[in-house]
Design a protein around this ligand. Structure first.
Ligand code: PLP
Length: 407
């Protein structure tokens, strides 16, 4: 008897062409072994064997494709890379040990001493430290500008500018960048346009379609979605990804097979999770706007948000993260946070469990007071990464915070 799929240990890319991100999340990139398992296999091995010394030589020499050593070739990692690349519409992906390792690998592979970077001011605090402290030591200077001020971006360009780096929406203030305009600026100046797509994921926004050259993810966040593993990934065209892969092979900021497997399984539920996060976050943002002890809510889904229309145009949803300011200072923000009982006090985001964070003393705690002020990280600011719990239960827990402010 012959079977129509006999030769297909995986679904060829061409059979999935044109399919939606929901389908790609579940189907793209699976590597099936001879056991014909239905769920994805995991390959926790540091090295691979060869049929002969000649084959080993051919693999090392790049004449024969195949696995060599898990610092740079592992089937589980490759399966995750193929899936996220398909979802983002990128030619290739390189998975890394963390989101920061993804940013570092991109810089190390594609920049050199004397180059200049323009970075949006509202990026994740550690990204700011990486550019400002460490990349500067290797002769790469970075200018920080407001994400939404296009004139400031234009004014910051120098002849040696090689990279524009943004997060959109930004962490924690949910500002939204005009990607088409920044893409145009980067092209006009022969610079790379790099977008950290951590907050939206490919379910809500595909930056490559909007002119980005490279996409960065902290897979630690929504791609996993259940707070289990730390990891990162870069997605984009082969001409850049091959360089990044070369750096990874030499320097080793590699994703482990176990983590890759967790992320691969996480991607399967990403589309339905993202929609649930968006629904809950929008409802909470509206509810928070109506609270007398709240002075401002930052969420692009609100009509009051300055880039609401741009977000509608660029994104398929507004995401699961929002921030708000309570009346008062650090003391009031901390009192609010401490009064919640169910919501987790933790700095991670993108989890199915709602998390609450005081950015000024945690994620952005290493910024100087001036940088915090410029980035809008005030002491009364609280960030919520809204999970998928029942909305009324989230309100009940947050109401404990408001009660504490009244007492
Ligand atoms: C937007 C964004 N990018 C990058 C990172 C860094 O990722 P990781 O913690 O996986 O190194 C984070 C971490 O919180 C983040 O929020």
């Amino acid at each position: 008897m012959t079977f129509s799929r006999e030769e297909h240990l995986w679904i060829p890319e061409s059979d999935l062409e044109g399919m939606s991100v929901d389908t790609l999340a579940v189907r793209a990139g699976q590597i099936r072994t001879g056991q014909l398992e239905h769920s994805d296999a995991i390959f926790p091995t540091s090295s691979f064997v060869y049929g002969s010394a000649a084959q080993a030589a051919a693999r090392f020499g790049g004449e024969e494709p195949g696995n060599i050593y898990s610092r740079f070739t592992n089937p589980t990692v490759q399966a995750f890379e193929a899936r996220i690349a398909a979802m983002e519409g990128g030619e290739k992906a390189v998975a890394t040990a963390s989101g920061m390792a993804a940013i570092l690998s991109t810089c190390m592979a594609l920049l050199q001493s004397g180059d200049h970077v323009i970075c949006s001011r509202g990026v994740f605090g550690t990204t700011n430290v990486l550019f400002q402290k460490y990349m500067a030591r290797f002769g790469v200077e970075t200018s920080f500008v407001s994400l939404t001020d296009l004139d400031a971006w234009r004014g910051a360009v120098r002849p040696e500018t090689r990279m524009l780096f943004i997060e959109t929406p930004s962490n924690p203030l949910c500002e939204v960048a005009d990607m088409a305009a920044l893409s145009e600026l980067s092209r006009a100046n022969d610079a790379l346009f790099v977008v950290d797509n951590c907050f939206c994921t490919p379910v809500l926004q595909r930056p490559l379609e909007q002119g980005a050259d490279l996409i960065i993810h902290s897979a630690t966040k929504y791609l996993d979605g259940q707070g289990r593993c730390v990891g990162g990934v870069v997605v984009g065209p082969a001409k850049y990804l091959d360089e990044i892969y070369g750096f990874l092979r030499s320097a080793g900021p590699t994703m482990s097979p176990f983590n890759a497997w967790v992320f691969q399984k996480g991607l399967e539920t990403l589309p339905i999770r993202m929609r649930a996060h968006c629904d809950n976050a929008l409802e909470l943002a509206r509810w928070l706007e109506g609270q007398p002890q709240v002075t401002r809510v930052f969420y692009a889904g609100l009509a009051s948000h300055p880039q609401h229309e741009l977000a509608r145009k660029q994104q398929d949803g507004f995401g699961g993260v929002l921030s708000f300011q309570v009346k008062g200072e650090r003391e009031e923000a901390w009192r609010f946070i401490d009064a919640t009982r169910m919501i987790s006090i933790t700095a991670n985001l993108g989890d199915v469990k709602t998390t609450i964070t005081h950015p000024a003393t945690t994620t952005h705690g290493r910024l100087s007071p001036e940088d915090k002020e410029k980035a809008g990280i005030t002491e009364n600011l609280i960030r919520l990464s809204v999970g998928i719990e029942a909305i009324d239960d989230l309100k009940t827990d947050l109401a404990r915070g408001f009660q504490a402010l009244k007492d």
